[in-house]
Ligand binder design. Structure first.
Ligand code: C2O
Ligand code: CU
Length: 489
């Protein structure tokens, strides 16, 4: 169900004076900093050119004011490690699987080489319990990315397997750079997990979490320098929830979407679906001033996190957002584009792929079967009338599209369902050209919301050879059939 945000906009709320402080108080009463984390910030590590160990393992950690710990699956000891590197540096990360089922790491949004894309049976073999796999490549573009597994995703991401990758551009420098990871958890009051997939949720908008967090904390307060120019990177890594993100208490400019820089525009709110990211810049207030990161999607706005300004003001010149280096992605050649339509639909029956398709991995091995962790348990959704294979029919499906390298693909995503689908393509950034429901400026992205009954047109140059996934990022939709792949040869 998709609700329209009521008319009082962020600006109107701001004009209401004490509104920010009042909303921030709501944040406090909802248990701010109940984890006692000093800063509300995530642990960060510089990894450019440095071999880095990434362990996927179960760790108990306490969420909000739950009575007991949550048996989370994490990369490292705390949720959402942040990896930072500079553009041009190489990434060298060795995943070791200490879980009881296989896994892998997909670098969401990064236009990396196909063999490093982290999709079991499509770009690599799964990393079995006790095994390791090294991801080594140089991300071509600066931006805000995240990483996560790609099979049994509802459970693995649901339990907390996600991290942040930031590729910094030298040009843009700010007094502070803050990461805010939005994720809801499906937990009972005692901290135990509730089922990640429900038939009712999977067949509709997805099964929502019971506890909303930013950086693993309920309504955290994050200290920021006063009177400073700061960059805020907001990532929605939730499996289900579409938020309508606004920032109250400062003038805020959007400078990138899904890591792709764009000419700055003033933020009112931005509809941020699962897997989508938004970078904004703002000038913080004087010491004691507060800024609220707010979700306006529901009738009652919800403060997700509060930034509290501290110390002597750093700047007094007027604030003007700096224009980031604009994208170096190849411009689509629309006049000579190959046009395709991909219909997003409901489907109760799994497509029977009787002709086996095989994929050759970079190391020469051939793959033609999936295992049950990577196929769907139940089929509810389809792309172009075809579903991802269901358990028991585990042949790899044929590609939805095969594109000659260098071709501009112009794809119309047509949503025939009453639910929103954040559609994601691997290995490429695409330009969102038009949409007939939710108004957005033309922009580059790797995940785009296709609203109920909406048609969204995207275009990209198929310049990254390999086998690439295309799927809905409402993870229960992905895990129940709304997934396929395309080939660039
Ligand atoms: Cu964020 Cu195919 O994934
Ligand atoms: Cu979907």
């Amino acid at each position: 169900m998709h609700r329209i945000r009521p008319t009082p906009t962020r600006r109107a709320v701001m004009a209401g004076g004490g509104a920010v402080a009042a909303l921030a108080l709501i944040g406090c009463s909802r248990g701010a900093n109940s984890l006692g984390a000093a800063s509300g910030r995530l642990p960060e590590t510089r990894i450019g050119g440095i071999p880095t160990a990434l362990d996927a393992a179960e760790h108990n950690f306490k969420l909000g004011d739950n009575s007991g710990p949550t048996p989370a699956w994490l990369y490292g000891e705390a949720p959402f490690p942040v990896y930072r590197m500079r553009q041009g540096e190489s990434l060298d990360v060795t995943l070791t699987n200490r879980l009881k089922e296989h896994t892998s790491v997909h670098w969401h949004g990064v236009r990396g080489p196909n063999a490093m894309d982290g999709v079991p049976y499509v770009t690599q073999l799964p990393v079995q319990p006790g095994e390791s796999f090294t991801y080594r490549f140089t991300p071509p573009d600066a931006g805000t990315y995240f990483f996560h597994p790609h099979c049994d995703t509802a459970a693995q991401l649901g339990r907390g397997l996600a991290g942040v990758l930031i590729v910094e551009d030298e040009a843009a420098s700010f007094d502070d750079d803050i990461v805010c990871v939005l994720k809801d958890w499906r937990v009972a009051k005692d901290g135990s997990f509730l089922p990640f997939v429900t038939t009712q949720g999977a067949g509709r908008g997805g099964t929502f979490g019971t506890l909303r967090t930013v950086n693993g904390l309920v309504a955290p307060q994050i200290a920021v320098p006063a009177g400073a120019n700061i960059r805020l990177r907001v990532l929605n890594v939730d499996s289900t929830r579409v938020s309508d993100i606004g920032v109250q208490g400062a003038e805020v400019w959007v400078i990138a979407i899904d890591g792709n820089p764009l000419p700055p525009f003033a933020l009112d709110t931005w509809r941020l679906g699962p897997a989508m990211r938004m970078d904004v810049v703002l000038r913080t207030p004087k010491a004691g001033g507060r800024i609220a990161l707010t979700d306006f999607f529901a009738a009652e706005p919800i403060v997700l996190a509060t930034l509290v300004a501290e110390g002597a003001s750093k700047r007094d010149e007027p604030f003007a957002p700096t224009t980031p280096a604009i994208s170096k992605r190849a411009e689509p050649d629309l006049a000579n584009a190959e046009r395709h339509e991909l219909k997003l639909s409901a489907s109760a029956a799994a497509t029977n792929y009787d002709v086996p398709t095989s994929i050759q991995l970079a190391d020469g091995r051939r793959i033609d079967l999936l295992d049950s962790l990577c196929s769907t348990a139940q089929t509810l959704w389809a792309i172009d009338g075809k579903t991802w294979p269901q358990m028991g029919h585990e042949n790899l499906p044929p590609p939805l599209l095969s594109l000659a390298r260098g071709t501009t693909a112009r794809i119309e995503l047509t949503n025939t369902t009453p639910h929103v689908h954040p559609m994601h393509l691997h290995g490429h950034s695409f330009k969102v050209l038009s949409a007939n429901k939710l108004k957005r400026p033309e922009h580059w992205a790797d995940t785009v919301l296709v609203m109920p009954e909406e048609r969204v047109e995207i275009a990209f140059v198929a310049d990254n050879p390999g086998n690439w996934m295309i799927h809905c990022h409402i993870v229960e939709h992905q895990d129940t059939g709304m997934m396929g792949w395309f080939r660039v040869v």
